[in-house]
Design a protein around this ligand. Structure first.
Ligand code: ZN
Length: 91
C-alpha cells in the first residue's frame, strides 16, 4: 500500500456522505458512511462508535479511542464542511 495515499478523503456514493480514512495505528483504509445523517446526528453516532470495543479492519482490537484511530475530526471536516467549525473529539 502506497504511503502517498491521503489520510482522509471524501468518497460519496449514491448521494451518501462517505469518508475514507486511514487508521492512525495500522494505516488500513476504513470507510465512515454517514448516509443522509445531518451533522449533529453524525456526531452522536461517532460519539457512540468512539467508545465501542471493536476490531479495526486492520486486525487490532481496541476498547475505545476510535475517534483518534479513525480520525473522526478529519472525517467530519470532510463530510460536513458547511457545519464543521473546529475539532470536536480532539480539540
Ligand atoms: Zn487500524
Amino acid at each position: 500500500m502506497s504511503e502517498n495515499l491521503p489520510t482522509a478523503e471524501r468518497c460519496d456514493l449514491d448521494g451518501r456522505r462517505r469518508v475514507r480514512i486511514r487508521c492512525v495505528k495500522c494505516k488500513t483504509p476504513v470507510i465512515l458512511d454517514f448516509g443522509s445523517m445531518d451533522f449533529s446526528t453524525a456526531i452522536n453516532r461517532l460519539e457512540h462508535v468512539a467508545i465501542t470495543p471493536q476490531e479495526c479492519p486492520g486486525f487490532h482490537t481496541e476498547l475505545s479511542g476510535w475517534d483518534f484511530y479513525w480520525r473522526f475530526d478529519e472525517a467530519l471536516a470532510l463530510a460536513f464542511p458547511e457545519d464543521f467549525t473546529g475539532p470536536i473529539f480532539r480539540p
